[in-house]
Design a protein around this ligand. Structure first.
Ligand code: FDA
Length: 296
């Protein structure tokens, strides 16, 4: 069991003011209304947004149904508030962990509603237990309303094959480094190795005409590489970054006139998301520790 999965650690974060303060740096609010207000502000600043209802690994049909209802509400708000945004979903939030068909039907419903209002649905990529089924979900979605995107993780050794497999399906491909702990049999585990793989896939994606690359990184060197490759690309692409991460780099990209979408998580189920943000940058935890000491 990872330290973050130990119930007392989770309780320490979720039930204390410093824990919630740390979460609020990365999470747009506890509910949709708060997230919509942040989305409006980001749109006004020139950013696109991707609304992400926090929650994953749901274990029953009822919870999966709640997630679908909340996402439909989210799409209604995007339409009624005239937001420039789409939604990002985790397949296990739609029931993938126990019923792939249920998750597919939910995704199709969301895809149809998103198409009605002229927007898209990005399928987040979770840990390797779900990679194959997630790729299948994207394939099925694209065979229908054709307004889907999928996140692909540079650290996975299968990614080269997946990118080949997804060729010709259109949609958008969000290239990210990968946020889960995976064994070395199936994933690259060194930072240099992951960064190198990202650069190779980025180069390939930026040459492809059949997909819209969504470059999801805060790594300045990779952003610079993307900008260099973009000089030879007439078709669209966008940068994607996480809410609360590298605001300076986000501002610079906007100032230079490049499209930037902010991934905007909201909702009460923020703990797993927060643990991934802390794992990427352990220094984040010092903010929590200092606040915790200060509050005593
Ligand atoms: P890297 O980790 O090397 O960080 C580069 C620099 O960014 C750091 O030096 C630091 O300055 C800053 N930084 C990065 N993370 C930070 C943090 N948490 N706090 C503060 N500063 C930080 N993963 C996945 O497995 N499935 C998915 O579906 C997605 N989806 C996704 C969407 C979007 C829009 C983004 C930007 C990222 C994801 N990810 C993801 C997460 C991704 O895989 C990766 O874990 C993080 O983006 C961190 O990697 P970087 O590319 O930023 O590089």
């Amino acid at each position: 069991m990872a330290v973050a999965d130990w119930p007392p650690i989770e309780k320490m974060f979720t039930s204390t003011t410093p824990g919630r303060a740390l979460a609020s740096r990365f999470v747009a609010g506890d509910n949709l209304a708060e997230a919509v207000a942040v989305a409006r502000r980001l749109n006004d600043d020139g950013c696109l947004v991707s609304l992400d209802l926090l929650g994953e690994e749901v274990a029953d049909r009822e919870s999966a149904g709640h997630a679908v209802a909340e996402y439909l509400e989210c799409l209604d708000q995007i339409e009624s508030q005239g937001l420039d945004g789409n939604i990002s979903i985790k397949p296990t939030q739609l029931g993938l962990a126990f019923d792939e068909e249920l998750a597919n039907q939910a995704l199709e419903r969301l895809g149809k509603r998103a198409a009605e209002i002229g927007t898209t649905v990005t399928i987040d990529m979770e840990d390797s237990r779900y990679t194959e089924a997630t790729v299948r979900m994207f394939e099925r979605g694209q065979a229908g309303t054709q307004n889907f995107g999928i996140a692909i993780q540079a650290y996975m050794k299968r990614t080269a094959t997946d990118l080949e497999r997804l060729g010709g399906l259109g949609g958008h491909i969000r290239l990210c480094k990968g946020a889960y702990v995976e064994p070395s049999e199936i994933a690259i585990t060194t930072k240099a190795g992951v960064d190198g793989a990202f650069a190779v896939y980025l180069t390939e994606l930026m040459m492809r005409r059949d997909v819209t690359p969504a470059i999801a990184t805060h790594d300045e060197e990779l952003v610079a590489l993307a900008l260099d490759l973009a000089k030879d690309r007439d078709e669209s692409f966008e940068f994607q970054m996480l809410y609360g991460v590298r605001g300076d780099l986000q501002s610079r990209i906007l100032e230079e006139g490049h499209p930037l979408r902010i991934y905007l998580p909201f909702g009460s189920q923020w703990y797993p998301y927060l643990t991934r943000r802390v794992a990427e940058r352990p220094a984040n935890v010092w903010f929590f520790v200092k606040a915790l000491i200060g509050s005593r």
